[in-house]
Ligand binder design. Structure first.
Ligand SMILES: N[C@@H](CCC(=O)N[C@@H](CS)C(=O)NCC(=O)O)C(=O)O
Length: 222
């Protein structure tokens, strides 16, 4: 049996989410850096494994999986990780799946917003796309996280007592907003969630790698 390989980039929120799960689950894995800025994802040796040409993806003894949420569910089952990470009771599991699906067209707006904001900052051109569309949608998602998904005593998504893969994915996506100094304080439940997630030792480790690179490339202190 070979070690599971994670094809990864520190600037990729879903890549970081998968890495957090591997670390929390103490899975012995091998990391393969994919330089997205240089287009490594399109190189024949990568493309021959993953025609989707995006990270993260994993290779587990010849079996290739892409899409971070599918990867996380696979890792959970494959390595018999703690059920608190992905509860198995039908209703609980369905809640997590519901968030994971919702994430792609809501929380994930953060990625578009950060990219567009950084681009417009770099070019000096205000971006209508940022202002009118993505920003509004992102704020709607953030408000729903604050008012609905995290509005409970535990401040984990849907009020589970321990962090789940939904929390890990959500947290890593929103961490990106720190690059543009997003004001989390306006959203107290979300702010509490971000703080408690950032104190999990394995998440701290992954965040450190991201913040070191953010400082080097964007001169931003996270
Ligand atoms: N829905 C996918 C999103 C994957 C994704 O957007 N990956 C980006 C990095 S965050 C990527 O590889 N971009 C490079 C490209 O599209 O060329 C997931 O959750 O894994």
């Amino acid at each position: 049996m070979n070690k599971l390989k994670l094809f990864y980039n520190s600037f990729s929120q879903p890549s970081r989410a998968v890495k957090c799960l591997l670390k929390i689950g103490k899975v012995d894995y091998e990391e393969k850096f994919v330089n997205l800025a240089k287009g490594d994802q399109f190189k024949p040796e990568v493309k021959s494994l993953n025609w989707n040409c995006q990270v993260p993806f994993i290779e587990d003894n010849g079996f290739v999986v892409f899409e971070s949420h599918t990867i996380m569910r696979y890792i959970h089952q494959r390595f018999n990780l703690d059920n608190s990470l992905y509860p198995q009771k039908l209703e609980d599991k369905t809640k997590i799946d519901m968030y994971l699906d919702w994430h792609h067209s809501n929380t994930r707006r953060s990625a578009n917003y950060v990219t567009a904001s950084l681009l417009s900052k770099r070019t000096g051109q205000p971006s209508l796309y940022v202002e009118d569309l993505v920003h509004k949608e992102l704020l709607k998602a953030v408000q729903n996280l604050n008012d609905n998904l995290l509005n409970n005593p535990s401040h984990y998504i849907f009020g589970f007592q321990k962090p789940t893969i939904a929390d890990i994915s959500c947290y890593q996506e929103l961490t990106e907003l720190k690059l543009i100094n997003f004001d989390f304080k306006k959203y107290p439940n979300l702010d509490a969630f971000m703080n408690q997630m950032s104190n999990i030792p394995e998440i701290k480790e992954v965040d450190k790698d991201f913040s070191d690179i953010a400082l080097k490339i964007f001169k931003v202190n996270l």
